[in-house]
Design a protein around this ligand. Structure first.
Ligand SMILES: Cc1cc2nc3c(=O)[nH]c(=O)nc-3n(C[C@H](O)[C@H](O)[C@H](O)COP(=O)(O)O)c2cc1C
Length: 176
């Protein structure tokens, strides 16, 4: 079964890293289905039934996005709010995601050394994504280790970004 990558970037035309990662994913059509939220829903009117069908058809799901204010871009938050419904994802009869595996692939603008206790950001990425893990626990999904590239705004060289794209597909394969 293929991996479903839910890609949420509000402006892929100006993106450097997510665009490169997407290009890498496109070279593995037998392994990955890419679903771009901002492209599918320019009006932000999410087709909930379609999104639930997509999720039900995959056991391994990656949410790919740029880190925005230590969190997701807003359409991805809306997607979570609307698609993970009571009676479908949680509640006494909500078991449709049970047993699936989900991971985050995050492009992070700031440099690695600025994250962590005593550093300018004050928290590690692991700590900042705790709401995602709690959400996965709530809907019976195994939260996989995340994949991230730092320095995605300016510091990362083209070579580093190319390397991160190759490592990204390896990350996907490792948790299939
Ligand atoms: C609205 C906004 C919020 C951002 N917030 C953060 C942040 O909290 N932490 C961080 O390290 N980078 C932050 N950045 C930088 C982005 O993470 C970075 O530009 C992006 O990951 C680069 O990927 P791209 O080339 O695919 O756009 C932010 C950028 C924008 C536009």
């Amino acid at each position: 079964m293929k991996t479903l990558v839910i890609l949420a970037h509000p402006n892929m035309t100006t993106s450097r890293v997510n665009r490169r990662w997407k290009k890498e994913l496109e070279q593995h059509p037998d392994e990955v289905n890419i679903h771009e939220l901002y492209k599918a829903y320019p009006d932000w009117n999410i087709d909930i039934a379609h999104e639930q069908e997509l999720l039900e058809a995959h056991d391994h799901i990656i949410l790919q996005f740029p880190f925005y204010w230590y969190s997701y871009p807003p359409l991805l938050k809306k997607w979570l709010d609307e698609v993970f419904t009571h009676g479908w994802a949680y509640g006494s009869k909500g078991n449709r995601l049970h047993g699936k595996r989900m991971g985050l692939a995050i492009t992070i603008g700031d440099q690695r050394e600025n994250y962590g206790k005593g550093q300018p950001v004050g928290f590690s990425v692991e700590e900042l994504i705790a709401p995602f893990k709690a959400s996965m626990n709530h809907v019976g999904v195994t939260a996989l280790p995340h994949y991230a590239v730092f320095g995605a705004s300016f510091q990362a060289s083209d070579e580093e970004i190319n390397h991160s794209a190759e490592a990204y597909i390896q990350y996907i394969k490792a948790f299939k």
